[in-house]
Design a protein around this ligand. Structure first.
Ligand code: IVH
Length: 692
């Protein structure tokens, strides 16, 4: 029998491991072990629903979309900051406040990064996270508790037990019984890398991309569906105690940061305390050059008087407290002239308009190109050629055009007409219903062909090592490769011709060796199964899993090419758009020619029968699996084959119909989605056990 104390212990354990993973980024157990604990908790909660409390790790997800946000009155005003532009400005601030109170002369200062995110306010009652709100107008915000719960670095209960002895070198000197009522403030944000990955995914899917990490974070939190928030890689850094009752909290900013950290909150590790203002300025300025090394966007540093009693006594001007100042870094938004709009072609044929700009320096880098995202964006923002445009470059993000400076128009600007033919092959471009993107659908398009070949040889496809972009471009340029089938008729001399110095690993590596390695990689790829070949063709909407389903349904590419949309719709996971996409791909004369050539060079693997022939058991009959992350021993193909050999199905995306998520290392958003839907999660080992 499960006891309540076992349940409580388990909850603490999970909070601790969650903290190690999401706050410290230093897990001490594997994902599969973590899932096991979480599944055990879910099992107990199913048996004892009356035990469940708001701080249960299972409560992070699964909340229903809200109809609207309630209003939350903040217990104290959520203040803003006055800005200083440069060291002189900051010194002027210091002089002003010293004139008001000479204790500032001896003050210490804490310097923190100014995180460019969304300010949020978190309420803890008796150590349990009970409410979270946006800043709103500083007096009243919106209740976004359910959305904030999905951010795993926000502790659902403080202190997170067990962390102090392991995390802090010395045991904490703080009284870690938190006040009965504790309200803290922090900045929720999306790390730049995650933002870029999200945008790449949206762009490939032909969907609308986001402008910047800040808007994405704000948009993800200020919308009504917690499931969507859960799927967004958001995190938080906490820096202020807004209010506390029933307990003591530190009275210096430096100690506040240490105290919040000791309670289990994520706190910046960039903050430093100085007993001299010049040193604080020097440290602040040193981050201007290093700002891109931070995982988040920052528009400056905040310099705070460490003594919070003194800071409070200085009062405020409007909504800006006198006790702190935002030291702003030079803007990364500048205006320049939009000279032209040129369109580039992506792998799927997606057409991306790019701005050609009058060269301009932004944050030490000369920018001449910037993305315009898609044609709708240009129309919505009414961006015209000849316009002065506002351009932003931040971190590693590709510079982008924010919009036109309408007041600077002379009347000579020209409205942009979206292209109707591909800039590379001049074939008509097409639009897919429901997507913002336009595509070049000509598979022989040279620009697209480079991307297609890159995809064809990639690891999840035919896995041909050694065909880098430069060689591919050369082979296409010299007419040796007109489609992917030509890879199989390449001669040694063709490769030697195409090998430039750049492709050699070392100068010593003879071109002959490169050619031999490549030829043997091409030869090895001849034994790839049908599923890989289908995935390699790059049909819109057909990923690795779908390719596997098609390969086990159809005996070969002839059969697949004759399939009607209705036949394809019978396959689980194939929706109308994908079915159309497949039929359309096979109907194109160019693709038919490629297939003919593949057949003639002997690239015609058989599929179809594997499912029934290799059936080992029916243990997974009627069950649907999704695989995410890297599994310890199984490759994706192995896992799929294993599941299918026991009668199960594997699909690409998590939905309510998914029976299990098979979880490996570094999972993607599928993990969050599965969690939010309460789907059972297993590791490779458990998967094998389930099949027995
Ligand atoms: S302190 C009295 N510290 O910047 C406390 N703010 O431009 C005032 N921000 O509204 C805020 N990082 O949303 C503070 N380390 C940090 C911050 C920070 C980002 C935001 C905050 C504030 C805005 C002011």
């Amino acid at each position: 029998m499960t006891t309540k104390s076992h349940y409580e212990e388990l909850k603490e354990k999970i909070h601790f491991h969650n903290y190690r993973y999401h706050v410290l980024d230093a897990p001490v157990i594997s994902d599969a072990e973590f899932d096991k604990l979480l599944n055990e908790l879910k099992r107990i909660e199913a048996e004892h629903p009356d035990w469940i409390t708001a701080d249960s790790p299972t409560r992070r997800a699964g909340a229903k979309p809200a109809e609207r946000f309630d209003k939350v009155r903040h217990p104290a005003p959520i203040l803003s900051l006055a800005n200083a532009f440069g060291a002189d400005d900051a010194r002027a601030w210091l002089e002003r406040v010293t004139r008001l109170d000479d204790r500032v002369e001896k003050a210490k200062f804490v310097v923190e990064p100014k995180i460019d995110g969304l300010s949020v306010v978190l309420h803890y009652r008796d150590g349990i996270f009970v409410q979270g709100a946006t800043r709103g107008d500083g007096e009243v915000g919106e209740d976004i508790t359910q959305n904030l719960r999905t951010i795993r670095s926000i502790p659902l209960r403080i202190p997170v037990k067990g962390q102090t002895s392991k995390v802090e070198k010395k045991p904490s000197t703080f009284d870690l019984r938190p006040p009965t009522n504790l309200v803290v403030r922090g900045e929720a944000f999306m790390p730049v890398k995650e933002f870029e990955a999200l945008n790449r995914k949206l762009e490939e899917a032909g969907e609308k991309t986001y402008q910047n990490p800040r808007n994405t974070a704000a948009g993800s939190l200020r919308q009504l569906d917690p499931e969507l928030t859960a799927s967004r890689p958001l995190t938080i850094l906490v820096y202020q105690i807004v209010h506390s009752e029933g307990g003591k909290v530190p009275t210096s900013q430096w100690e506040i940061l240490e105290y919040l950290k000791a309670l289990g909150f994520p706190v910046t590790d960039v903050a430093k305390r100085f007993d001299n203002f010049d040193k604080a300025i020097a440290y602040t300025e040193s981050w201007e050059k290093k700002r891109d090394s931070l995982s988040y966007e920052t528009d400056g540093m905040v310099i705070k008087i460490d003594d919070l009693t003194l800071a409070a006594e200085l009062g405020f001007v409007g909504k800006d407290p006198r006790g702190a100042i935002a030291f702003k870094f030079p803007a990364r938004e500048v205006t320049t002239k939009l000279l032209d709009i040129r369109v580039s072609v992506g792998r799927t044929g997606v057409l991306i308009p790019n701005a050609v700009l009058e060269p301009v320096e932004i944050g030490g880098v000369i920018v001449e190109r910037a993305t315009l995202h898609n044609f709708d964006y240009i129309a919505e923002k009414d961006i015209r050629i000849g316009d002065r445009v506002l351009v932003k470059r931040a971190g590693e993000v590709i510079p982008y055009v924010i919009g036109p400076v309408v007041d600077a128009r002379t009347g000579k600007e020209k409205k942009y007409k979206p292209i109707t033919t591909c800039p590379s092959c001049r074939q008509p471009v097409e639009h897919i219903e429901g997507e913002v993107a336009w595509y070049c659908v000509n598979a022989a398009c040279p620009a697209q062909l480079v991307r297609n070949v890159e995809h064809f040889v990639s690891r999840g496809a035919m896995d041909i090592n050694g065909l880098g972009t430069k060689i591919v471009e050369k082979l296409i340029e010299t007419g040796k490769v007109k489609d992917v089938a030509d890879i199989y008729t390449l001669a040694r001399a063709d490769i030697l011709d195409a090998v430039t110095k750049k492709d050699r690993k070392t100068d010593k590596e003879p071109p002959g060796k490169i050619a031999e390695n490549l030829l043997s990689a091409i030869e090895a790829s001849r034994s790839q199964p049908l599923s890989r070949l289908i995935a390699a063709l790059g049909i819109h909407g057909v990923g690795e899993v779908m390719a596997g389903d098609l390969a086990s349904t159809f005996p070969d590419l002839d059969a697949l090419s004759k399939a009607k949309a209705d036949d394809l719709l019978q396959i689980e996971g194939v929706g109308p758009n994908t079915a159309e996409g497949i039929v359309d791909w096979f109907s194109r004369p160019f693709n038919q020619k490629v297939l003919k050539k593949l057949k003639s060079v002997g690239m015609w693997p058989k599929g179809g029968k594997s499912k029934v022939e290799s059936r080992k058991s029916n243990a997974f009959e009627g069950l649907t699996f999704v695989v995410t992350g890297t599994l310890p021993t199984f490759s994706r193909d192995d896992a799929k084959a294993f599941i299918e050999s026991h009668g199960g199905k594997v699909t690409d995306s998590v939905s309510k119909k998914t029976s299990y998520l098979v979880l490996g290392e570094s999972p993607g958003s599928k993990f969050d989605k599965a969690n939010s839907l309460g789907i059972k999660i297993v590791g490779e080992e458990e998967l094998k056990k389930l099949a027995k």
